[in-house]
Design a binder for this molecule. Sequence first.
Ligand code: IDP
Ligand code: MG
Length: 143
Amino acid sequence: MIKPDGVQRGLVGEIISRFERRGLKLVAIKVESPSKEHLEKHYSDLASKPFFPSLIKYMTSGPVVAMVWEGRGAASLGRQLLGQTNPTASAPGTIRGDFCIDMGSNLIHGSDSQESAQKEIDLWFPNGVTEYQLDSAKWVYEQ
Ligand code: IDP
Ligand code: MG
């Protein structure tokens, strides 16, 4: 999910492009201004953290772009593309390492496991995703 700062800074295309070029397949995407309640569900595992109220305020500060990317090991590949939670600890070449500085404005969310990805897909895309054959897959994965 591209967070409100990513949308406002005009980084949507840049970020999507990195996932596409890596070889992942886009199966769902939408622009939305989610409610506070929706984001509290999304981040329910962090509810007891001191930064939770400011996180919810940040995430409701503007529209986000929610996406589902599919591919072999997609969740861990996605996390590699993101970098670390703290942008200052993120290597150049990663999204956070290239475009941001603050943890509270770190541009993008990525599911941290296949299990949390499934939970988040159910929350953000209750009608499911669009399955199709990506023809370039035969050039991305060893045959
Ligand atoms: P992640 O986004 O890298 O998975 P999480 O630990 O799941 O990191 O935290 C969710 C989001 O909460 C982070 O992306 C960041 O925006 C914010 N956050 C996490 N830890 C802190 C903190 O210590 N201070 C302020 N914001 C934080
Ligand atoms: Mg997380």
